[in-house]
Design a protein around this ligand. Structure first.
Ligand SMILES: [Zn+2]
Length: 137
């Protein structure tokens, strides 16, 4: 690619010039108005890949899909093991809460049905009593 500034030499650097990316040659790259963009070294690229892999493994082991970081706290940069533990804890307590409120609802429902059953028995025995009284007469 040719230098986008002088259009003569081979472009070797990327700079930001007037708010735009430009590939420029070694000479034009010395223009103090250009902001040089440093390319990451291979080491930095490797490290970034390694970090991503760690995140993926941690997320999977916590049962959280690593490609939906929205569900995780502080995921813009790093997810610590503590974050994952907290998510796990929150999920457990949410489950606990759901479980407890369901048990409570079931308790209330069965109490109500026992009450209705008792009322029916009282009602039926009244009827029987009435029938017995009728026979007696
Ligand atoms: Zn140039």
């Amino acid at each position: 690619m040719k230098c986008e500034e002088c259009e003569e030499n081979e472009a070797e650097f990327e700079v930001i010039a007037e708010g735009q990316y430009k590939g420029v040659c070694r000479i034009c790259g010395k223009n103090p108005e250009f902001v040089p963009i440093e390319k990451p070294s291979q080491n930095q690229v490797d490290e970034s890949k390694r970090m991503w892999r760690v995140k993926e493994i941690l997320s999977r082991s916590a049962g959280i899909p690593y490609n939906s970081p929205v569900a995780l706290p502080n995921t813009l940069r790093t997810v610590s093991l503590e974050d994952l533990r907290r998510v796990d804890r929150d999920r457990k307590s949410a489950y606990q809460l759901r479980h407890e409120s369901r048990m409570q609802r079931e308790d209330e429902a069965s109490a109500k049905s026992r009450e209705r059953g008792a009322e029916r028995i009282v009602e039926e025995s009244k009827n029987i009593k009435d029938e017995i009284e009728l026979i007696d007469e």
